[in-house]
Design a protein around this ligand. Structure first.
Ligand code: FAD
Ligand code: NAD
Length: 487
């Protein structure tokens, strides 16, 4: 990397933590010739999460919704270093972070200055782990969130989340396993009924979309392959509140309920999961009329847990080191320029923050674009500061000082432009709450909205390659259907 500019000014180092919506949007929009840019993420690809619920059933192939980080860094104008590692500690007082790389192949040196590196063999996997430190001038924390379990007993052990590619593979395998196992059992065996019960906990968009996709698979494909099993396979969606999709307009919430009734997705609203064991989900059901409660058990063969986000350990750990973050329970507290409260050079964006914005890709993406512009302005400020400290005969110090004061006082805040919410609800229908300009909203649900949903998601894909692959997947499913292989 280039340490200095032609005028002798040092190039500052920005470290981006994460390869998700926030950091990849920032990277794509940043003028990377202005900084030394290092991306640190254990996941060496960007994942297009809006189509992840389509992966377990094979509506979309997982390779179609991922983009390698290196294909993004290669297109950057400056040199960008990518390190496949996770940040394990951030020391804001020294501007240093500790990263841990896990690899199956270790060449003996990390290719970097190894003075602060050490490598150990993991006791558990026999895999070499490299632990090293990195210095930053600016740090951007975009590590996302982890699935929340609310410490409900049994959730972590028995359920599958839907957050990463590996989760979608697990759900697929589990689904195909229970289908084949139930097929061997006689029709009147209660174990067969249990195995053929798919339970999704959490009626937010993730839960609704995955329930819709699984029901589509049953209705459109499994009926052709194993009709006797398909007719018994049952999808139940459990939601603690009276409604699903609470961020949507009431009309669309009611429409979603209607579609669920028509497609046989069993919605259990006002039902809060309290405990999970290896075969049943134990819930407390609240009577909507008199508020009384009772406990029920819902047996399951496949359990998908989608009850929202919780902060990652690295974020929790950082909040303990900064006084201004001591009340930060749900994510890093940031100001209107995405600067982490209590720091001068750590910015954060996306799901790892707690702000007035919802934890969505839309927000993280726009925050990434904002930070790219912000860092360009910070570079301009740094350059003027450098020139003022090392003026040449040609520099007009007065004019530069005024420009600097103006730039510093007029750093614009992040302004979020909400374009609306979209969700797939199954049977080729979607719901959309769209914002049209400052004054009007459009709420729509149905098959046309489904076509709009597809077009919008194609438009949102970060690369042309992904756009083409997703369209091909949809065409393939329309022509040949989805299969019932385990892989
Ligand atoms: P992420 O995209 O989660 O990225 C976090 C990155 O940080 C990852 O690369 C991860 O590997 C990395 N990381 C984790 N720990 C560390 C560490 N210790 N050190 C370094 N790197 C680390 N939003 C919408 O607006 N529309 C949708 O349709 C939509 N659909 C969704 C569907 C699903 C199934 C899910 C799960 C979410 C969906 N979302 C949607 C929400 C959206 O995906 C998130 O809001 C968005 O991903 C947040 O972006 P992020 O950059 O903050 O985090
Ligand atoms: P969410 O936070 O939106 O919804 C979780 C749901 O789980 C809530 O309705 C909550 O009441 C319910 N819940 C919590 N604990 C429960 C319990 N013990 N028993 C039963 N129900 C319980 O979570 P999500 O759907 O995972 O979404 C996370 C974020 O990602 C949200 O900001 C969402 O908007 C975004 N997202 C958006 C889309 C989209 O726009 N299409 C798709 C997926 C996710």
């Amino acid at each position: 990397q280039l340490p200095t500019f032609e005028n002798g000014q040092e190039r500052k180092t920005i470290v981006l933590l994460g390869s998700g919506w926030g950091c990849m949007s920032l990277l794509k929009n940043l003028d990377t010739t202005l900084y030394n840019v290092v991306v640190v993420s254990p996941r060496n690809y960007f994942l297009f999460t809006p189509l992840l619920p389509s992966v377990p059933t094979g509506t979309v192939e997982l390779r179609s919704i991922i983009e390698p980080v290196r294909s993004i860094t290669r297109r950057c104008p400056g040199e960008v270093i990518y390190l496949e590692a996770e940040a394990t500690d951030i020391d804001p007082s020294k501007n240093v972070l500790t990263i841990k790389q896990s690899t199956t192949v270790h060449s003996g040196h990390s290719g970097k200055d190894t003075s602060s590196s050490k490598s150990t063999v993991s006791e558990y996997t026999g895999v070499e782990e490299i632990i090293t430190t990195l210095h930053y001038d600016y740090l951007v924390v975009g590590v996302g969130a982890q699935p929340s379990t609310f410490n409900i007993p049994g959730v972590a052990e028995h359920s599958t989340f839907l957050k990463e590619v590996s989760d979608s593979i697990t759900i697929r395998k589990r689904l195909m396993d229970v289908i084949e196992a139930a097929n061997i059992l006689p029709k009147d065996d209660p174990e067969r009924k249990r195995l053929l019960s798919v339970v999704v906990c959490g009626g937010g968009p993730t839960g609704v979309e995955v329930a819709g996709e699984i029901q589509d698979y049953i209705d459109q494909d499994l009926r052709k392959w194993i009709p006797e099993v398909a007719e018994e396979l049952d999808v139940t969606l459990i939601e603690a509140l009276p409604n699903v999709l609470n961020m949507f307009n009431k009309k669309l919430i009611d429409y979603t309920k209607e579609v669920f009734e028509q497609t046989n997705i069993h919605l259990r609203a006002n039902t809060m999961v309290k405990k999970v064991d290896d075969k049943v989900v134990i819930c407390q059901v609240k009577d909507a009329k008199d508020g009384s409660t009772k406990t029920i058990e819902v047996p399951y063969g496949v359990l998908i847990w989608a009850t929202g986000n919780a902060p990652r350990d690295i974020v929790r750990n950082l909040t303990t080191k900064i006084n201004e973050q001591k009340n930060a329970r749900r994510g890093l507290l940031i100001d209107d320029k995405l600067l982490v409260d209590g720091t001068s050079n750590i910015h954060a964006l996306g799901d790892c923050t707690f702000s007035k914005f919802a934890p969505t890709a839309q927000v993280a993406f726009q925050e990434g674009i904002f930070l790219a512009g912000h860092f360009e302005r910070l570079h301009e400020i740094d350059s003027i500061n450098y020139t003022l400290q090392h003026p040449t005969a040609n520099d007009n110090v007065d004019r530069l000082s005024k420009k600097l004061a103006k730039l510093e006082s007029k750093l614009p805040p992040f302004v979020y432009n909400h374009q609306g919410s979209l969700a797939y609800i199954g049977s080729e229908r979607a719901v959309a709450d769209l914002v049209m300009g400052d004054w009007s909203n459009i709420s729509a649900g149905g098959s046309l909205t489904f076509l709009f949903w597809r077009s919008a998601y194609i438009y949102m894909c970060l690369s042309v390659k992904n756009q083409i692959l997703v369209c091909l997947d949809w065409a393939k499913v329309a022509m040949f259907g989805r299969d019932c292989s385990k892989e």
